[in-house]
Design a protein around this ligand. Structure first.
Ligand code: KG4
Ligand code: ZN
Length: 374
């Protein structure tokens, strides 16, 4: 049975895995760098690259040993070649090239986003093309129609921030630390999703694009208004209106201090984000995106509220719902090795250059109103 070694180092997880074309994850290691980046409240590219460089070689050795395999037994070595933080990507890609050269095993340069896009097929043998994919991570928020391996039609993207970025920013505003997504999800379980009125940018819009910058700012205003009211300071009318349930116009600021907790902000934010994802996906489904299956992938797909809402949406539209288990939603190397299995035979040259930007659909037009990040 063909076996592929996968290497992932595009952001803040160093990961190595060995996967068979029979979908078996033979061995895998993931080293998170959360501790190293926590003091800075976000990923520091230099620290990330250095940590990848320190860990990657021993992790490859461990995976090979656990699998009881030699390099020469591999059918290919697959490494993320972009998009991502260039220093980290180069560490993984150069390691893969060196191993490929030394052992005469083919190199497959994998697009990290394709790793996410194909990951549901690793866990669901019955998932065939085409499928409609919501790809939601820290850097990307896209709706893609996956027609085949290597063939992706982008139906929507974000015109500003990715939804994972909004989760991370909300965590920062609430002092929940880094990484933010899982912390917001945890706190949201104790809150009331209706407590804080927050905007749903672009909901109802004709094109299925996303926007999260306005939601992020509204969370900041809601937190500032809450702090002001706790201190007994007057809350500006606009902020007060934004941040309070609609019937509260007669209440004093001090009463306002009891209005909502951090858990309420987290729950209200998460609900607003989920509503945006569902509305935009519905728009994509109704405008030519319908497929037999609705699939979600990327770090934010680990979120239970997101998964539940998408499952309900899929049912309403007579689509099968597929989501990888949370551990395969966040960055990992099994998805990179699996993308290598899917691309077996499509070898890349050893001088393949790392690509900090690498869209899955190179023909997609920029979204109207898009800022620099889209
Ligand atoms: O795919 P991923 O691991 O890395 C990128 O390629 O970006 O996604 C990371 C993103 C982060 O923004 C993180 O906060 C978010 O996914 N995330 C979550 C959850 N777990 C990770 N967001 C919401 N709820 C979660 N449980
Ligand atoms: Zn990712």
């Amino acid at each position: 049975m063909p076996v592929v070694l996968g290497i992932e180092s595009s952001c803040d997880e160093t990961a190595v895995a060995m996967v068979g074309t029979d979908r078996r994850i033979i061995a895998q290691r993931i080293a998170s760098q959360d501790e190293a980046h926590r003091p800075y409240g976000g990923v520091v590219p230099e620290i990330a690259a250095r940590a990848h460089a320190e860990r990657i070689a021993p992790m490859i050795a461990e995976v090979m040993e656990e699998a009881e395999m030699e390099l020469a037994d591999l059918s290919a070595i697959a490494a993320t070649a972009g998009p991502g933080l260039i220093g980290g990507v180069m560490v993984g890609l150069v390691s893969a090239k060196a191993l490929a050269m030394a052992s005469d095993v083919p190199l497959i340069a994998v697009n990290h986003l394709e790793g996410h896009a194909l990951s549901p097929r690793l866990v669901d043998e019955a998932l065939e093309f085409p499928y409609l994919l919501l790809l939601v991570s820290g850097g990307h928020c896209q709706i893609l129609r996956c027609e085949d391996v290597g063939q992706y039609r982008r139906l929507a993207t974000t015109i500003d921030d990715a939804v994972g970025e909004a989760f991370d920013k909300t965590a920062k505003i609430l002092g929940l630390g880094f990484p933010g997504g899982p912390a917001v999800e945890k706190l949201a379980r104790e809150g009331d999703p209706k407590a804080v009125p927050l905007p749903r940018p672009l909901v109802g819009g004709k094109e299925p694009h996303f926007s999260f910058a306005g939601l992020k700012s509204a969370v900041l205003r809601a937190k500032e208004a809450q702090e002001k009211s706790v201190r007994g300071e007057p809350v500006e009318p606009r902020t007060q209106r934004d941040a309070r349930p609609s019937t509260s116009s007669g209440r004093t600021d001090r009463e306002g201090s009891r209005a909502y907790s951090d858990a309420d902000i987290a729950a209200s934010f998460q609900q607003a984000a989920v509503d945006c994802l569902v509305d935009r996906l519905e728009r994509a489904i109704d405008s030519g995106g319908h497929a037999p299956a609705l699939v979600v992938a990327g770090g934010v797909a680990a979120n239970a509220s997101v998964r539940a809402a998408l499952e309900a949406l899929a049912e309403q539209h007579d689509m099968r719902f597929v989501a990888p288990p949370p551990g395969l939603c966040t960055d990992n190397a099994a998805m990179i090795a699996w993308a290598g299995c899917e691309r077996l035979g499509q070898n890349d040259p050893l001088d393949f250059k790392a690509r900090p930007r690498w869209p899955l659909d190179p023909d997609a037009e920029p979204a109207r109103g898009a800022g620099v990040k889209a």
